[in-house]
Design a protein around this ligand. Structure first.
Ligand code: MSP
Length: 526
């Protein structure tokens, strides 16, 4: 069996300030990448930036910079954000990288030589801000279906990719395989694009200068998607002198993309690969949006105040785990989900402070107080202990199943079921009463079972929350695992294991106070 795992985010348009919404795909992919590393796979995680097109050239010009000056500043800023978010990417591709530009030219030429691309004249309704041509049927009330702005008729000589030729193959791929998930996106693709009939795709421009020139016809530049989509293979060295990484990691295991760009990844990209006679990625996953006041972009409230969703501010105040937790746990993966400051703060309090942090500090506190900080192997398990252990193992198996389906939020919620049950288990067993009764043997067994449950749960948590959980192993006198399977069953705590309570993992937040302070920040930024 192939033991490699290749995962990608879309390549982002370099925009000034990334909000939490822009971080969504990257954080989700990071959880999946880290999970697979801990499952023992050799992972390649790629992200990057989509840097060509008229919009970028215009933005650079208006800020008085050259395109590359403008881009370099934004790219360095976004890389520092990824490092702040602890994103474990293996490669950051920029479409302005020379190797990418050369490879895209070769891809274009190969498609042309094979008769998959031909020259003609394009006529259509064009939306300048979106750089998109639309057919009349696609327009909404005569306006751009993406941004709602005016479109105008435009005509130019252009190259076309024979997308229409792949209509039946793509239909079959979507309908009869698990290529695209969730399934609801399949229906959208079939109804909106396949049923009306796929049209050949315009893949070059003479009007846009900031792009990769067609090497055999340099007045044309290669148009957006046929420059951007191949990043997934050029980043591995496809169409370069050294294709070893490409041979090793392609086909991708999963391309994770937002729902608005599913069409490009589930229709155009497989058609391009078919035309190149290359294997298709195993899966495209179209996730939902993080919504701010019902919108994909952040909006002000009627009061004029904005919910703070700048990840840098949130991380500075509430720590890295808070932001990664909200994205991965609170938004049902595949669906849209809301962000508000209040939801965010409540998630921090409920999951981090009350469920997980509290369980860890209660357990360590009791080991300190009742057992002098030392814990030993459990000797006589009660039926209830065995039942609790089975609960934890069942949940562990469920996390593994959910992650095999890429259900990040489902997996993470299941991990927190373990912590929730752990807190209840303490309450049901009243260790304080055992202590009063002087039943130290039973106390040790109970606290040992709880400690092991925490360690098993924390192992499952590591790919998703990368800050505090790793400190928990040392507190319980255990080694930090590299693999999920290192803590796969109970019974690993040895006699005379020294524990160390340490500080509270997560502070309990005063929600009202925090809300006021966040609004004050929002006001000062307005
Ligand atoms: N450059 C193209 C992708 C080319 S891939 C070959 C692009 N870039 S983008 O910057 O506009 O979007 C990148 C990703 O960010 C998309 O998957 C998009 O869905 C995601 N998000 C941006 N805002 C978002 C939310 N508010 N919520 C969740 N994801 C969103 O499209």
């Amino acid at each position: 069996m192939k033991n490699t795992f290749y995962i990608t985010t879309p390549i982002y348009y370099p925009s000034n300030k990334f909000t939490l919404g822009n971080c969504y795909t990257t954080i989700i992919c990071d959880g999946i990448a880290r999970w697979n590393r801990m499952m023992g796979k050799e992972v390649f995680y790629m992200t990057g930036t989509d840097e060509h097109g008229q919009k970028i050239a215009t933005k650079a010009l208006s800020s008085g910079k050259s395109e590359m000056e403008y881009l370099n500043e934004i790219i360095s800023d976004s890389k520092s954000l990824w490092s702040l978010l602890d994103i474990s990417y293996d490669k950051f591709i920029r479409t302005t990288d020379t190797y990418h530009e050369k490879a895209v030219q070769k891809i274009f030429r190969k498609l042309y030589d094979k008769g998959e691309i031909y020259k003609s004249v394009y006529k259509g309704m064009y939306c300048t801000p979106c750089e998109s041509f639309w057919t009349n049927e696609q327009l909404v009330d005569g306006k751009c279906p993406d941004c709602g702005r005016e479109v105008h008729e435009m005509e130019e000589e252009a190259y076309f990719f024979k997308l229409s030729k792949y209509q039946d193959k793509i239909k079959d791929l979507l309908e009869n395989t698990d290529f695209l998930e969730p399934r609801s996106r399949v229906n959208e693709m079939i109804n909106n694009f396949i049923k009306p009939g796929l049209q050949d795709l315009c893949v070059s421009r003479t009007s846009v200068k900031w792009g990769i020139p067609v090497d055999f016809d340099p007045k044309h530049t290669i148009y957006v998607w046929i420059d951007a989509l191949p990043n997934y293979i050029t980043g591995l060295g496809a169409f370069s002198e050294d294709e070893s990484m490409f041979n090793k990691f392609w086909p991708a295991d999963i391309h994770v993309v937002g729902k608005e760009i599913v069409r490009f990844h589930a229709i155009i990209w497989p058609a391009i690969l078919m035309a190149l006679d290359l294997p298709l990625p195993k899966k495209v996953y179209g996730h939902g949006w993080l919504l701010f006041g019902g919108d994909k972009l952040s909006k002000s409230k009627s009061s004029g105040l904005k919910d703070i969703n700048d990840p840098r501010i949130l991380i500075e105040r509430y720590g890295l785990d808070s932001v990664r937790l909200f994205i991965q746990k609170e938004i049902n993966f595949g669906q849209d989900g809301n962000y508000t400051q209040e939801l965010f703060l409540n998630t921090c309090n409920n999951a981090l402070a009350n469920q997980y942090g509290n369980l860890v500090s209660r357990t360590l506190g009791m080991i300190g107080k009742y057992l002098g900080g030392k814990i030993g192997k459990a000797k006589n398990l009660t039926d209830k202990d065995v039942e609790f252990e089975q609960f934890v193992i069942n949940k562990r198996n469920k996390v593994i199943e959910e992650m095999a389906k890429y259900n990040v939020s489902g997996a993470l919620n299941t991990v927190f079921d373990i912590f929730d049950k752990g807190n209840k288990y303490i309450d049901e067993n009243e260790p304080w009463t055992l202590f009063k009764e002087g039943n130290i043997t039973r106390l040790n067994d109970l606290l040992c079972v709880l400690s092991e449950a925490i360690i098993i749960g924390t192992t499952l948590l590591m790919p998703f929350l990368t800050d505090k959980p790793k400190t928990v192993f040392e507190r319980f006198g255990q080694k930090i695992p590299n693999l999920i399977e290192e803590y796969n069953s109970f019974g690993f705590i040895k006699n005379d294991t020294v524990t160390n309570k340490g500080d509270n993992l997560y502070p309990r937040l005063d929600i009202n106070k925090e809300m006021e302070e966040l609004y004050a920040i929002s006001e000062s930024m307005a």
